[in-house]
Design a protein around this ligand. Structure first.
Ligand code: HEM
Length: 501
């Protein structure tokens, strides 16, 4: 037996014991208000079997999400009941139910992520906070990330993207595009949220976030802090370092504010403008604790990192594999570049004219499902169709499974950005919003969604107008437990010979 088999056997035993405890101990069974009988969607509802658990765990290792989810869907339909880590949970790829769940956040459901996620993001982070506290944090995030805050940012984004691309060596050794996209995403977030310019500090913080990210998809052994050699143990250590670094930034800013009101902070372009730290220090009349501020920043920095960089990388991969789409995107961006003076940075109006770029981004998000699903817990008995899902049940809204359903999208598995074009009778119309929710929806809809779109658009603009490339090695996208590209997409990069200056 190799180590990983042993590991799986050990984990499955732990999970089975937890599951049996939950099923058999009366104190741990779920209560049902009004004694209403549960009417669950079809699927496994008895005791969890070790085979089920092993199948779920082994799905983590395979490059095919069909294995677990789609097999259940084929057998039971778009809603089914299955065991998730020792507890019965309702999985849904039904667009109407998913919409009900997304919109009902804070009322019929609350977010319910594993405690390992809460530990890494922070107990007071936006994603795991509920009720009025969540509402306050969400709108605070929107103040800095939302649509209204974005137009003046395009020039900043442009500068940060170009600063990273300026260090690229076309014609040199193969380059992992994901690494470069990650630098851009983290540098931009750090600049935008903390007003710190890219440099050694941001780079070391970024490396800690890489370790934290590995922790999200690792096994959170109990007492992991005593096991610093495990991925989860390493992630806990990295989280501590990030928290200390952010505390230092916040303390320094507090001191600056106390001495000169913070008026001279940062570069000329930042004067008089509030970044996320300023907003946090002023929030609720300045009553936020250090822990609240740190957890907020960790959540935003983590949430905007791999999501945005992976979308950039996968968009480039799909464009490489779909030359007609790459040609059309180039035409759009070359047109914008031609209209600009030398060294003139992109502006909001340029971004708004990137119509086909938005089709490419939508299609990348639809196919890749960077966030496959969102996790909730029922606050009350939920009635939907003939089902009654009891209070306390976990619900997993499979946003990605809706995007890949042929009933909703013609040839759902193929990359076809033209399907998003409006007023073109030949292509499928833009689907209703409950069929397309890469950024979730309702009160927890991703507050960074517009920022992510702008960053990805600016990245694609510079990539296709300045460079050409081909794949240096074949690479594979895997979807379980999260979407990843195994080798980080190594490419051979060249300067475009026909680039418009
Ligand atoms: C392509 C990029 C991105 C994707 C696909 C994405 C996707 C999502 C999704 C699906 C959710 C909902 C989670 C849930 O309902 O439980 C979410 C929440 C969130 N996202 Fe994003 N996101 C992206 C970029 C960003 C960026 C750039 C930021 C910030 C800089 C960000 C910050 C957040 C935060 C703070 C939440 C929690 C919101 C809440 O619980 O109220 N995201 N994101």
């Amino acid at each position: 037996m190799d180590t990983s088999t042993l590991l799986f056997a050990a984990v499955s035993t732990i999970l089975l014991v937890v599951a049996l405890k939950k099923q058999l101990l009366p104190g741990l069974t779920l209560t049902q208000p009004n004694k209403e009988r549960a009417r669950l969607p079809p699927g496994i509802t008895g005791l969890p079997l070790p085979g089920d658990i092993l199948r779920l765990i082994s799905a983590y290792r395979l490059p095919n999400p069909d294995l677990f989810l789609y097999k259940h869907m084929a057998r039971h339909g778009t809603m089914f009941t299955a065991h998730l880590f020792g507890q019965r949970a309702v999985f849904s790829a039904d667009p109407s139910f998913n919409r009900l769940v997304l919109n009902g956040d804070g009322r019929i459901v609350d977010s319910s992520y594993p405690s390992s996620v809460a530990t890494l993001l922070g107990a007071k982070s936006v994603l795991v906070t509920h009720g009025p506290a969540h509402k306050g944090l969400h709108s605070l995030a929107l103040t800095r990330l939302g649509y209204a805050a974005l137009p003046p940012l395009v020039a900043h984004i442009d500068r940060i993207v170009l600063a990273t691309m300026g260090k690229w060596e076309p014609g040199g050794a193969a380059m992992r595009l994901l690494d470069e996209a990650r630098k851009i995403a983290m540098n931009l977030n750090i600049k935008h949220l903390l007003s710190i310019e890219p440099g050694p500090w941001s780079e070391s913080l970024r490396c800690e976030f890489n370790t934290i990210n590995d922790g999200f998809i690792s096994i959170p052994f109990p007492f992991a802090f005593l096991l610093p050699f495990t991925n989860y143990g390493k992630a806990l250590k990295a989280r501590k370092k990030v928290a200390l670094a952010l505390q230092e930034v916040i303390r320094k800013r507090t001191d600056e504010k106390a001495t000169d009101g913070g008026a001279d902070r940062g570069k000329e372009e930042n004067k008089g403008k509030k970044d996320m730290v300023d907003l946090l220090l002023e929030a609720d009349g300045g009553s936020f604790s250090m822990e609240q501020m740190v957890d907020f920043c960790v959540n935003l920095l983590a949430a905007g990192y791999d999501t945005t960089s992976l979308t950039m990388t996968l968009a480039a991969k799909f464009l490489t594999e779909t030359p007609a789409a790459l040609a059309q995107l180039r035409e759009e961006h070359d047109g914008i570049r031609k209209s600009k003076g030398e060294n003139q940075s992109l502006e909001w109006s340029d971004y708004q004219s990137m119509a086909f770029t938005q089709c490419v981004i939508n299609e990348t998000l639809r196919i890749c499902n960077i966030v496959n699903g969102v996790l909730r817990r029922a606050n009350t008995n939920i009635h939907f169709k003939d089902y009654i899902i009891p209070k306390g049940y976990k619900i997993i809204a499979l946003l990605g499974a809706v995007h890949l359903n042929n009933e909703h999208y013609e040839n759902a598995q193929s990359f076809h950005p033209w399907r998003w074009q409006r007023n073109n009778n030949k292509v499928q119309d833009v689907p209703a919003s409950n069929l397309f929710s890469p950024f979730g929806g309702g009160p927890r809809q991703c507050p960074g969604n517009e920022l992510a779109r702008v960053v990805i658009s600016v990245f694609l603009y510079h990539l296709v107008t300045r460079f050409s490339w081909d794949e240096a090695e074949e690479d594979k996208v895997v979807f379980f437990p999260t979407t990843r590209i195994l080798k980080g997409y190594p490419i051979n990069l060249r300067l475009r010979s026909d680039s418009i200056s």
